[in-house]
Design a protein around this ligand. Structure first.
Ligand code: PEP
Ligand code: MG
Length: 572
């Protein structure tokens, strides 16, 4: 190994080998080794460059074409939204269409193109800033709000101009995706068969993007101090999800080592295969259900391959995030039905739409918030926009005829919410009856992921069929640490005794009221805590499919009666 240099970017050290290979240390989100070419994914429209153009007329035509396309998209969104969420919420798409048709906006863009001989992207960005500033400065609250609409419509045009519309992400061969950051909706649109690994410069290990990578079962690094420019595109690279290293242009020796490590990794996985079909039971006879967390129906194969005993968390919001319009009842029914049928008698817990905070889809038009984790998200969105919620409930109740579906409601904090959910469920059932559509009687449970829900868990347990503890949010709200904030990672400690005691309390409440209690947050797949959870009496653990067999191994080696007391002392 020759010619190593050392330089520092931000707080992180980067070892750099001057001739050839470079290596960068990130934070690993999921282990495994990936070897392949880098695909530098950029939101091209975010940094708009000013470029001179030779033919301003041609550039004007390019803008007009993008403008027409954006208006067409908005018309489609409006039609869809009318059907699924009603006229009041659909109105935003009509307003955006009108703004785009407004002469002042188009005139500003075209004047900039023609007088300065610049590219359409730049003209749109300048117009966006000018108009947004103008609206923001107005006294009238309604007009002030239009500032964010100008941003939205401009963003749409920029996306079209750059050809970077999200639904067009398509890789010809499986690649290692490298990006500054990835939103959950961007990650959701990348299919695991096309992506070998994710590497991001920013991002927290507790974010939904990280969770998605785990659910997809591919190595991923966040906080990797790599400078992303187009020269990296297509370069050979290795991601080591064990140590957190990214190697770009790996030398012969490193590549050889990584291939060996990959073989060992596969061999270890292979060893676990012997646990397939074996019971998940402790040495002293305690049974636990080992289930999988999934983001969509494409993950089902991996659940079955890893012998998942059910699905403990189907994050249905990803169905909404991977598209540009609200999924209709029929579209949702098709997916839920596939999941139910594929899993047969095994239970499938589908969590209702948990959108908001970091999980954003532009077409929902959710307000920008100062404090999104504490904001308009989860059940709050569903209860405020019952049209969206009822469409999903109709699909879920109908799909439950085809298998063992259970419904789970996220972000619960009060009994009042449960009462309202029950009223809406009743309305849905009456409407389905009236429409002559068959439906089942799925079990209905809630996520316990707020301290409020823990504190009233005994009371809540009388109202629902089951609990599933969301340790990701429970940690965030208990410790007052934003799970998205990469600077707070050292303070985000899901193994904190406060969190673990909340889990203990929730399980006790559930059992006192004779309902079962599982864990579907990331802690459910934490091998360090499996024995403790058995001791606390947790009935179900749900985790990324690839973790299931390793956790089964631990469970089969545990004796709760013998080890329980020491574990309580150590952790609580
Ligand atoms: C959780 O909060 O633990 C959970 C499972 O939900 P999510 O991570 O999707 O917020
Ligand atoms: Mg949550």
């Amino acid at each position: 190994m020759l010619c190593w240099g050392l330089f520092v970017r931000g707080n992180a050290k980067i070892d750099k080998r001057v001739c050839g290979m470079k290596q960068y240390k990130g934070k690993s989100v999921f282990d495994g080794i990936a070897i392949g070419r880098l695909y530098v994914y950029g939101r091209k429209n975010q940094q708009v460059k000013q470029e001179r153009v030779k033919d301003a007329d041609q550039e004007t035509l390019r803008f007009r074409k993008a403008q027409r396309r954006a208006i067409g998209q908005l018309a489609g969104l409006y039609e869809e939204a009318i059907k699924t969420v009603g006229a009041a919420h659909a109105a935003i798409f009509e307003i955006h269409q009108m703004m785009l048709q407004d002469d002042a906006y188009a005139e500003s863009v075209e004047t900039i193109i023609c007088t300065q001989n610049v590219n359409a992207e730049y003209a749109v960005a300048v117009t966006r800033d000018k108009f947004a500033e103008m609206f923001a400065a107005m006294d009238d609250d309604y007009m002030k709000e239009r500032a964010s609409d100008v941003q939205d419509i401009s963003q749409r045009i920029l996306r079209i101009l750059s050809g970077g519309e999200l639904d067009e992400i398509d890789f010809k061969e499986p690649v290692i995706v490298a990006a500054e950051d990835l939103s959950p909706s961007e990650t959701a649109q990348m299919h695991s068969s096309k992506v070998l690994a994710f590497v991001t410069v920013h991002g927290s290990v507790n974010s939904h993007t990280a969770i998605l990578a785990r659910t997809m079962g591919i190595p991923a690094l966040v906080g990797t101090p790599v400078f992303l420019d187009s020269s990296l595109h297509g370069k050979m690279a290795v991601v080591d999800g064990d140590t957190g290293f990214l190697y770009v242009d790996p030398d012969h020796e490193t590549l050889g080592k990584m291939r060996e490590k990959y073989k060992t990794f596969l061999a270890q996985r292979e060893l676990l295969q012997t646990l397939k079909g074996k019971e998940t039971i402790t040495r002293d006879g305690k049974k636990v259900l080992l289930c999988a967390n999934v983001g969509n129906d494409k993950d089902l194969d991996r659940v079955l391959e890893n012998d998942g005993e059910g699905i403990g968390l189907f994050r249905s919001e990803f169905l909404y995030l991977e598209r540009d319009t609200y999924p209709t009842e029929e579209e949702q029914l098709k997916i839920y039905k596939t999941v139910a049928k594929t899993m047969g008698e095994k239970r499938v817990i589908i969590r209702t739409l948990d959108i908001g905070a970091d999980k954003q889809a532009a077409y929902f038009g959710l307000p920008k918030e100062e404090n999104p984790a504490m904001g308009f998200r989860g059940i709050r969105v569903c209860l405020t926009r019952p049209e969206i919620f009822k469409t999903q409930l109709r699909a879920l109740f109908r799909a439950s005829v085809f298998g063992n579906i259970a419904i789970m409601y996220p972000m619960i904090t009060s009994l009042k919410e449960i009462t309202r959910i029950k009223e809406l469920v009743e309305e849905v059932k009456q409407e389905l009856k009236k429409d002559g559509l068959p439906f089942g009687e799925p079990k209905q449970g809630i996520m316990i992921e707020t301290p409020a829900a823990v504190m009233i868990s005994e009371r809540l347990a009388r109202e629902v069929d089951f609990f599933s503890i969301g340790t990701n949010d429970l940690t965030q709200y208990t410790l007052a640490v934003d799970r998205q904030n990469e600077r707070l990672e050292d303070f985000y400690d899901p193994r904190h005794p406060a969190v673990l005691r909340m889990i203990a309390q929730t399980v006790e409440s559930a059992h006192r009221e004779k309902i079962w209690c599982g864990i579907c947050g990331e802690l459910g797949g934490d091998p360090e805590l499996t024995k403790l959870f058995l001791t606390l009496g947790v009935d179900e653990l749900s985790m990324p499919p690839e973790n299931i067999l390793a956790i089964r191994k631990i469970i089969r080696e545990t004796n709760v009666k013998e080890e329980g007391e020491a574990l309580r002392k150590e952790f609580l």
